[in-house]
Design a protein around this ligand. Sequence first.
Ligand SMILES: Nc1ncnc2c1ncn2[C@@H]1O[C@H](COP(=O)(O)OP(=O)(O)OP(=O)(O)O)[C@@H](O)[C@H]1O
Ligand SMILES: [Mg+2]
Length: 600
Amino acid sequence: MSKRLLYTDGVSAEDFVDRSIDPAHPARSLLRLMRPHRAKWVASIPFFVVKDSPVWLMPPIIASIIDSVVTGAEVHRILLLGSVGLVLLLLNYPFNMAFIRLTSAATRSLASTVRAGLAQRLTRLSLGAHNRLSSAVIQTKVVRDVESIELLLAQVVPTVLATLSTMTGALVVMALRVPLFLPLFAVTIPLAVALIAWIRKRSGSRNEAFRHEVAGLSATVGEMADLMVVTRGHGLDHVAAASVARRAESVRDAGRALDHLNARFGAITWIAYQALALLCLVGAATASVLHLIPATAGEVVLLSTYFTILTGGLTALLAAAPILARGLDGIRSIGEITRELDTEPVGAAEVNEVRGDIALDRVRVDYPGADAPALDDLSLQIAAGECVAFVGASGSGKSTIQNVILGFVRPTEGRVLIDGRDAAELDMRSVRRRVSIVPQETALLTGSIRANVRYGNDEVGDDEIWDALRQANAAEFVAALPRGLDTVVGDDGISLSGGQRQRLSIARALVRDPRILVLDEATSALDPISESLVGSALESARRGRTTLIVAHRLRTVRVADRVVVVDHGRVIESGTYADLLRAGGAFSRLVAAAEQPAAA
Ligand SMILES: Nc1ncnc2c1ncn2[C@@H]1O[C@H](COP(=O)(O)OP(=O)(O)OP(=O)(O)O)[C@@H](O)[C@H]1O
Ligand SMILES: [Mg+2]
C-alpha cells in the first residue's frame, strides 16, 4: 500500500474516515475530520481576526474624523486617524495570505484523506454491496460530496469567523463609546438570529431532496451508457432518452423549488434588515437630537454603520447556510459508504504462500432475500494441483461455490478451509494475490495486448508475456498481428473474436503463475476450432495448480480430474468423467442432452 494513503498518525485513511464519520451527527463528524489539523485551524484564527479587523475598526476611525470636522479639530489629528486606518488596511494582505495558507492546507488534505479512505473502503466492500451501489452513485460520493465538504470549510468557516469577530469588536467599541445604544442591538440582533434558525431548517430538507434527484439523474445516465448496445439494438432509444429526460425534469423541479425558496427567504430577510437599519438610524438620530442619549454626529453614523455591518454579517451567514447544509449532507452521504457494513471481513492472518488445498465443510450460503439457500450443507475436498469441473443447471450454485472459495461470499454456516486454515481467519485479499480468475464475460481494457496481459503486474517482461500467451494458445494469433504485443484491443482497438478474447483472458490469468486458477466458462458457443484451441489452452493452464472450472463444454469436462455435479446447492454426483458416464446418473443424462442436436 502506498505510504501516501496512510494518515499522519499512522492510522490508515480508511480507519480514520470510518471512526470520524457518523451519519447521524454530521457536524460532530466534521469536527472529528478536522482534528488532525486542529493546530492549523486554531493558528489561523488570530490571523483572520487581524485581517478582518478593519471592518469594525474603520467605523470608529471614520466617526472620529466626522467629529473632528464637526468640532473643527486640528488637521494633524485627521491625518493621524487616516494613517492608522491605512496601516490597518495594509495589514489585510499578509494576514489574509497566512490565513489562507493554513486553512487551505488543512481543507485540501482533509479532502484527499477522505477520498483515499473511501477508495480503500470501496475495495473492501463485498460483491453484494457493490451490486447495490451503482458506479455513478459511488462517483458522486467520492467526487462531489467530498467537494461539498471542502466548500463548507472554505466558505462557511471564514463567514462564521467574520461574523463572530465583527460582532465582538462592534459590541466592545459600542459599549466603550455609547453604551446606551446597546439595548437597540439587544432587540434587533436576536430577531435576526431567530430568522436565520428558521430558514436553515426550511432549506435543509429542500437541499436533501435536490441532492437525491441529482444522484438519481447520474445513476440513470450511467445506466443509459452501460446499456447503450442493448438499448440501440432493441430500438429503445426513445425509452432511454425519455427516462433521462424524466429524471432531468425532476432535477429541474427540485432545483426550482429550492431556488424559489431561497429567493423568497432572501428577499424577505433583505427587506427586513434594511428596514431595521433605517429604523436604527432614525431612532439614534432622534434620540441624539432630543438629547435623550448624549451622542455626537460621528457616533450616530457609527451606530448606523455597525448595524449595517452586523446585518451584513448575518446575511452572509444566511447565504452560507445552504452551503453548510450541503456540506453536512455530503458527510451523511459519505456515511452511507463508511457505514456499509457488508465488507469483506479482514481476518488477522496474512498469507504469503498458498499451496492450493481447498475444503468446504458443510457450507451453507443464503443470499439476502432468497427463499432457498444457494448452497446447502455442501462438503468438498479439493487437493492441491487437482482440476475440478463443476457442472449443473443454471442457478444450481456453481458460481456461488467459486465465490465462497474466493471469499467474495461468506458462508452462513460451515467453514471454508484454504490449506487447512479457516478462511474466516485469513485475510482473503492476501490469498487472492496467489489466485487468478477468468470471468465468464471477458473484460478487456482499452490498451495494448501487453497491457491487457500484464494487467496490474507492471514488472512482467515480454518473455513472460509470450510464455503466458503460448500456454493460453494465443501466441500464434498475437504474433500474426502487424503490431504484435503493441496492438490496441478493447473498446477503441481492433475487434477480437470471442475465442481470442477468452485466450487473452487466460493468458492474463497465467502470467501471474497463480496457485489457484478459477475459471467461469463462457456459455456463449464457440466454433469447434476455437473451442478446441481454448480447450487445449486449459489443458496446459491447469498444470501445476489447483483449478476450479465451471464447465459448459464437454471438452473442458474431460480436462478435469474430477467432475462435480451440482443441483439446488448440493453435490449430487462426483467422480471422473469416465466413472460418471459409466454410472449412468445425472451427469450421463447431461452429456446425452448436450450431444443431442438442439432441435430434437
Ligand atoms: N447476488 C445474489 N443475490 C441473490 N441471489 C443470488 C445471487 N447470486 C446468485 N443468487 C442465487 O443463488 C443461486 C445460485 O446461483 P449461482 O450464480 O451460483 O448459479 P450458477 O450455477 O452459477 O448458474 P449459471 O450457470 O446460470 O451461472 C441462484 O438461485 C441465484 O438466483
Ligand atoms: Mg454462474
